[in-house]
Design a protein around this ligand. Structure first.
Ligand code: PLP
Length: 370
């Protein structure tokens, strides 16, 4: 380790995902099922609005909490969906990641425990560690559903936060209504902050979107425009929750990210008027095509949302061996142990055009046949 580097950078490793990107860059025409972003472009109306604002010189700092029009519009939508709560405040953040980082920084003292579910989004262990917290991972194999009694048993006097991500990256599984209600009420009973990462909130295929906010008004909800409107590079997210917590996140944002990019916030206002149902339906169809294509070849919990599937590796095959076989077929997937303590599954992103998806399914079938 370079002598300049701080100790806090040593504990986590991003080499797995970087290796995938490097491999992809070397291949001529890879079947790339490893990418976690939509394949559709930013909607034209959003692009136009961003360009218009750049040209109109609206490129300066905005209020730390975000442009008032955007906040008002988001607050209106949240009130309509989940009911008004007088103590709820909202802040626009620099992507969902920005809000997640600020939430950990604002709420976690060194040694505090943070519960989240294995398999997990790769950022969670890293952010907990950067905040000086301790990760407590709860196993959700084999069906990736949350057992609220397991969570109750994992709670200690040091438990400060529970992070829920539904629909989930990497499994695509949606938390059942019963488990979500149980988790929401448990967090309330124990006075623990429940962070609900709802970045895939638009991508529910079989049931309406659900949030623990329905049962626990103190839930800290984090969402954003990256996936719903394909705005991953434009860095606009938002976080809402108890007023005093949001005020503290805003204080930290002022001294770190400052604000989300101004023209992108104007674009986000336009995005909120758009109907994305056609894109979501397209993703439902892709999910169905993938599930049908893998049937009989891989064990798979049918994903109800996001744009991922998390099949089981063939018997006796490690993630690394499977990746080698995949690469031999020009296929890029991500081994499950990047998202988990278990090396038993792999992640497919089906956010790709239909030709790539068909090629991917054919390659996966060939690999399974051996
Ligand atoms: N949370 C989850 C579960 C994600 O999968 C991602 C991105 O892949 C993020 C947060 C970060 O999203 P953003 O681009 O808004 O920072």
């Amino acid at each position: 380790m370079h002598p300049w580097l701080a100790q806090r950078t040593a504990g986590f490793d991003s080499s797995g995902i970087r290796k995938m990107f490097a491999l992809g860059a070397q291949m001529r025409d890879p079947i790339n099922l490893s990418i976690g972003q939509p394949d559709f472009p930013v909607p034209a109306a959003v692009k136009d609005e961003i360009c218009r604002n750049v040209q109109a010189d609206r490129n300066g700092y905005t209020a730390t909490e975000g442009i008032l029009d955007l906040r008002k519009k988001l607050e209106g939508l949240i009130d309509t969906q989940w009911g008004h709560h007088p103590n709820r405040r909202l802040m626009v953040s620099s992507g969902t990641s920005g809000a997640l980082n600020l939430a950990l920084m604002a709420l976690i003292n060194p040694g505090d425990e943070v519960i989240y579910f294995d398999p997990y989004f790769v950022m969670y262990p890293a952010l907990v560690e950067l905040a000086g917290g301790v990760s407590v991972q709860i196993d959700t194999y084999p069906d990736f559903q949350i057992d609220v009694e397991k969570v109750r048993a994992a709670i200690t006097p040091k438990t400060k936060m529970i992070i829920l991500n539904s629909p989930s990256n990497p499994t695509g599984v949606c938390c059942s209504e019963e488990a979500m209600r149980g988790l929401a009420l448990l967090a309330q009973e124990k006075n623990i902050c429940l962070v609900s990462d709802e970045i895939y909130s638009h991508f529910h295929f079989d049931s309406p979107a659900l949030s623990p906010l329905k049962w626990n008004p103190d839930t800290l909800v984090i969402d954003g425009f990256s996936k719903s409107y394909a705005m991953t590079g434009l860095r606009v997210g938002f976080v809402h929750g108890p007023a005093e917590v949001i005020d503290t996140l805003a204080k930290l944002q002022q001294f770190t990210y400052v604000c989300a990019p101004a023209p992108m916030q104007w674009g986000a206002i336009t995005a909120l008027d758009l109907d994305m149902h056609a894109e979501i339906d397209r993703y439902r169809q892709k999910r169905d095509t993938l599930v049908a294509g893998l049937q009989g070849y891989y064990q798979l919990t049918v994903p109800g949302g996001a744009f991922y599937a998390f099949p089981k590796l063939p018997d006796g095959c490690s993630g690394e061996e499977f990746l080698e076989r995949a690469i031999a077929h020009e296929l890029l997937i991500i081994p499950g142990n990047i998202f988990s303590r278990s090396d038993s599954h792999f992640r497919i992103s089906y956010a790709v055009d239909d030709r790539t998806l068909d090629r991917g399914i054919a390659a996966l079938q060939k690999i399974a046949r051996g």
